[in-house]
Design a protein around this ligand. Sequence first.
Ligand code: AP5
Ligand code: MG
Length: 191
Amino acid sequence: MVNFLIFGPPGSGKGTQSVRLAEKFNLLHLSTGDMLRAEITAGTELGKKMSLIMSKGELVPDEVVIEMIAYKIDNSKGSFGFLFDGFPRTVAQTVSLEKMLNDRGMKIDKMLVLDVDHDELVKRLIARAELSGRPDDKDPAVIENRIEVYKEKTEPIIQYCNQKGIYQPVNGMGTINDIFKRLSDYMKKLI
Ligand code: AP5
Ligand code: MG
């Protein structure tokens, strides 16, 4: 098994690229944002509790997403590895993920971080708002808050992973195809 983190701020292209990379390399794409939105759509108790937090662009509690990911790791078969998108988002989530993987004889093999200019992030998310129906895309103030939360709570994971020698920055500017090629080239070295 080879396990990757696709990392980067909101709008950096994690979801877009993950779908394609998962198909190309037979990886299981695990997006905590998608899982949480599925709970909201299904009208579950958990979804109801999380929707307000998400609509403000704040992070849901660590234990909620850790439990979701643990369940997926234990109930997924047949892929060559995992592609984590939007998880982990705090150093505490990273430590939990490492433990989950280590307990099962695996590790995080590479963290691929998409670097995208602030203005481009905002432009992409505003453009998506019309189509996605995501409440957290609708309000520019919420978009800015998501970027701030990323800087404050999520970015410290980069330093943590850099110390472990698994950090790989990737230029996330340009066309979707160009970025896909860059990411694929890094992943090929490990697969
Ligand atoms: P999540 O769903 O993870 O959202 P996010 O991090 O805010 O990021 P996005 O999904 O908006 O962006 P992306 O990087 O995937 O970019 P995309 O490919 O879509 O999280 C949502 C919320 O859930 C969080 O705020 C939090 O409340 C909660 N949550 C989730 N996980 C959590 C966790 N682990 N812990 C705690 N809370 C958690 O691209 C964006 C747009 O740009 C698209 O329209 C796309 O078509 C377009 N685009 C992509 N690439 C390009 C390109 N190269 N050129 C032009 N347009 C492009
Ligand atoms: Mg996404």
